[in-house]
Every structure is written in structure tokens, then in C-alpha cells.
Design a protein around this ligand. Structure first.
Ligand SMILES: [Fe+2]
Ligand SMILES: [Fe+2]
Length: 315
């Protein structure tokens, strides 16, 4: 690979038209996305931006068009992995854009085949010797995640075809549990139902170094150690929900191994942050996470100190 790869991870922007339905904080996501893009445009050596889905909220036309209008101000290459909010087919969202109406318009590279759930996976060289492989973990009519057998076969083929490259995997749903809460109630839908099966494939290949995900709205880092080497799982909190963060990730080849440096950037707008934190405590998810402490969900979303910044070597 080239000496260094430097990219940003932005996820779960949730551009929302719910303001017109009485949620005054709904418009904040657009503000946060503009602020984030201003920051990213000012990074001269940033190679690309990875957006791992849920760019919209209820998948209305206004949301899609607002997202595209703001995205148009980004002066860096970008890559997009669809999330479960990027189009709906379920009866609870009768007025929403269908995934093929939303995803294909957001990223025409994903228009063929029709980007139904499980179909919008892709594999691209993002730098000499670096392959970015995106899995489509959406399922058709639910917010849970999965990787179907055919996509798992495709993943194996892609990794086999790029044994000489460093591989970065991108998914909307994390493949691993972030905590015991992922076994409770609806909270299991925050992770891929067969993530362990996918990770068992990744375990076989020491050149898979990073797995980058969103959907959980949480900053979380965890290291996988196995006989073949190490890889880092990176889950980033929502940009358009608390804790309003994005990441900058640098990957370098050194004699001691692969050096990975991660910095987490939170919005500078303190008022906006407090509004989002208060809103997070009012959600059903916060009640399920800890019914006795509704603020605990927001605290979990922030991440522990060691989930925010990382500087280490992967053997
Ligand atoms: Fe989300
Ligand atoms: Fe999601």
C-alpha cells in the first residue's frame, strides 16, 4: 500500500423531516452534517470519506434531497454503505421511498443490481494495496441486520481475490456484540444476527485489519486477537444523533506492524449537543437499555475514553 491511508468515518446522519411533525430538534442533523463536511473539507490529506448508512430518517423525498444537497458540498471522494433507514418497504412507512428509489439516487454506483436488501455490497480499491469491501447487512422489512449465505460466499471470494491487499470491511450493522444488552429485547437488532459467522470468515485472513460499522449509535472500539493476527472493530456513534461524532482514521505500514490512529471529533456546538443528549434519554431504546437510568444510554453512546482515540499497532 502507499505509505499512509487517511479517511473519515461518518455514519447515521439521520437527516430528518420530522421537524414538520413537531420535533424541533429534527433539523439539527442537517446542521451537524454541514459542520462535519466543513471540517472534512479542511483536512488536506484526507483520502476519502466512508459513510455507513442511515443518512435519512423516515426516507422521505425531502430528506433524500436535503442529504444530497449537503453531500454536494463535500470536496473529497466518498463511499456509501446503505442502512436500514435509507428506504423502507414495510407497511409502517407507506410514504417512504423504497430502497431502490433512495439508495440508487444517493449513490448511482449502487443502482445495478437493484439495491434491495443484501444486494448493495461492493468491493473497491481505495488506494494501491488497500481494498474496501462493503457488506449490505440490511434485511427487507426490519431494522435488524444479517449477511445472507450468498453474500457470505461473495465475501470469501473477494477476500481470496485480494490476499495481497490490506482489507477494510464496512458494514451498517456491527458484526459483534457491544455488550450484554445486545441479548435483551429489541437491542439484539443493533447487531448483525449472524455476525459471529461472518467474523469466523474474517478470522481466517490476517490481511483483514479493520471492520467499520454504524447503526448502534455508539462509539466503541474492540481488538480481535487470533492466531492469524489482529484486527480492530470500529463502531462510530451517530453524527445526527447523540453523541454527534465522526472519526478520522489513519492506517500506516510500519516495521512493527500496521499502525492505526483514530481520532473522534464531536460537534463544537455545545447547545446542540445538550439538546441531542436530552432527546436520547426520551427514547424507547433508552428505557430498554436501563429503565432505572435513562441517561445511561447517552453515556453508553458517548463511549468510554478508550473508545474515542486509538494509537496502536496491529500485528
Ligand atoms: Fe441509525
Ligand atoms: Fe441503522
Amino acid at each position: 500500500m502507499s505509505d499512509s491511508l487517511y479517511f473519515a468515518h461518518v455514519t447515521d446522519i439521520h437527516i430528518s423531516e420530522r421537524e414538520s411533525q413537531g420535533d424541533p430538534s429534527a433539523s439539527l442533523a442537517a446542521c451537524l452534517m454541514r459542520e462535519c463536511i466543513t471540517h472534512l473539507n479542511a483536512l488536506p490529506d484526507l483520502d476519502f470519506v466512508l459513510i455507513t448508512g442511515d443518512v435519512m430518517d423516515v426516507a422521505g423525498v425531502a430528506e433524500r434531497d436535503a442529504f444530497l444537497e449537503i453531500l454536494d458540498t463535500l470536496r473529497k471522494p466518498w463511499h456509501f454503505v446503505p442502512g436500514n433507514h435509507d428506504g423502507f418497504i414495510d407497511p409502517f412507512h407507506p410514504n417512504a421511498l423504497k430502497p431502490h428509489e433512495a439508495v440508487a439516487r444517493i449513490d448511482p454506483r449502487l443502482a445495478d443490481p437493484v439495491p434491495a436488501a443484501q444486494k448493495a455490497c461492493w468491493s473497491r480499491s481505495v488506494s494501491p494495496g488497500v481494498q474496501l469491501i462493503a457488506l449490505d447487512t440490511r434485511i427487507a422489512d426490519d431494522w435488524a441486520g444479517e449477511v445472507e449465505p450468498a453474500q457470505l460466499d461473495w465475501l470469501r471470494e473477494q477476500i481470496e481475490a485480494h490476499q495481497d491487499a490490506v482489507i477494510i470491511i464496512a458494514t451498517h450493522h456491527p458484526l459483534h456484540q457491544l455488550g450484554p444488552h445486545n441479548n435483551r429485547g429489541r437491542l439484539h437488532k443493533f447487531i448483525c444476527s449472524n455476525g459471529a459467522e461472518v467474523e469466523a470468515v474474517l478470522d481466517q485472513y490476517p490481511n483483514v485489519k479493520l471492520v467499520i460499522s454504524g447503526h448502534h449509535h455508539t462509539n466503541h472500539l474492540s481488538l480481535v486477537n487470533n492466531d492469524n493476527g489482529q484486527r480492530l472493530r470500529v463502531v462510530t456513534s451517530a453524527l445526527g444523533d447523540y453523541s454527534c461524532s465522526h472519526r478520522a482514521i489513519r492506517l500506516e505500514k510500519r516495521e512493527a506492524g500496521w499502525r492505526v490512529c483514530i481520532q473522534t471529533h464531536q460537534t463544537d456546538d455545545v447547545d446542540m449537543l445538550q439538546t441531542m443528549r436530552r432527546r436520547a434519554a426520551t427514547t424507547g431504546i433508552a428505557r430498554e437499555f436501563d429503565p432505572n437510568n435513562l441517561a445511561a444510554w447517552a453515556t453508553f453512546c458517548e463511549g468510554r475514553p478508550h473508545d474515542l482515540n486509538y494509537d496502536g499497532y496491529l500485528r
